[in-house]
Design a protein around this ligand. Structure first.
Ligand SMILES: [Zn+2]
Length: 287
């Protein structure tokens, strides 16, 4: 079971990115050692391969429920997906208007400079607030844009104090976010959905079955939420990363101000250890 780290305990309800302890791919033993190789190799910066035209999805769960994905295969090479949640709630518009930054352009610039592929789980509200950035991310083959709900409400309650999506409204909320992406002009999206706070239950997975999305959780919590210093964030990721891992981080300066600096450490260190950075679609494609 994943422990709940200090930054997570401090998490504000409006940015509940917490891992549900039942859905983090915990409890498995590593199938491959994660650590420095004997011969340090130069940082590799291979050209990013474009995302597949049709993103792979997992087969439906019982009764057509949306399938859950928490990490890729442990025995299919040292591949890791960095994911960044672009959180914004429906009531944060006034705060953005007053100058609060729910975006993080330096983070996106750093990922581009490092040629580090990533999956961005975006709320529809974020795409409405930052349409130019949403478009830019969606047109860059380095990235893929996935769905993190329209306004970051809870899909199962309780969920860290998040207000709940109205009963029976889960599918509509997911589709509302995809519609916001289309209106913003996001060129390429993938049919992956991340529950706000990771909170879900069998009922909501069944409700989302017709939406044809794969629900994507994670197995490595970076602890970047409200972290002031990048060092502990990088240390946490580097300590927990395993082949096939899905790492959850954030793309919002407001609530995750140390993430960009942490990524500047995480990416080269993972590559030194022989890891290839990939998108979630690349992990799902490998089963
Ligand atoms: Zn979130």
């Amino acid at each position: 079971m994943l422990r709940i780290s200090r930054p997570l305990r401090a998490l504000a309800p409006t940015l509940a990115l917490l891992c549900c302890t039942t859905a983090c791919g915990s409890g498995e033993s590593a199938t491959e050692a994660v650590g420095p190789t004997n011969k340090p190799t130069p940082v590799a910066t291979p050209p990013a391969k474009p995302s597949p035209t049709v993103a792979p999805t997992l087969p439906p769960g019982p009764a057509g429920a949306a399938p859950l994905f928490s990490h890729g295969r442990r025995d299919s090479g040292k591949r890791i997906a960095l994911t960044f949640d672009a959180d914004m709630t429906s009531d944060q518009g006034p705060r953005a208007a007053k100058g609060e930054h729910f975006d993080n352009p330096p983070l996106i610039a750093t990922l581009r400079r490092l040629k580090a592929p990533a999956t961005i789980f975006m709320t529809g509200r974020w795409a409405e607030q930052y349409p130019d950035q949403a478009r830019s991310i969606g047109s860059d083959p380095l990235f893929e844009v996935a769905n993190h709900s329209y306004s970051h409400h809870a899909f199962a309650s309780p969920c860290y104090g998040l207000p709940a999506v109205k009963p029976g409204g889960a599918r509509a909320d997911v589709e509302r976010a995809f519609a916001a992406f289309r209106r913003a002009g996001v060129e390429r999206t993938v049919p992956y959905f991340r529950f706000p706070g990771g909170c879900h239950n069998p009922e909501v997975l069944r409700e989302l079955g017709p939406a044809k999305v794969t629900a994507v959780q994670w197995d490595v919590i970076s602890g970047d939420a409200f972290a002031k210093r990048p060092g502990p964030v990088a240390d946490e990721v580097l300590a927990k990363a395993r082949p096939g891992s899905v790492v959850v981080m954030h793309c919002t300066r407001s609530a995750a101000p140390a993430t960009e600096a942490a990524v500047r450490t995480i990416v080269p260190r993972l590559r030194e250890r022989g890891y290839e950075l990939v998108r979630v679609s690349d992990l799902i494609a490998k089963g």
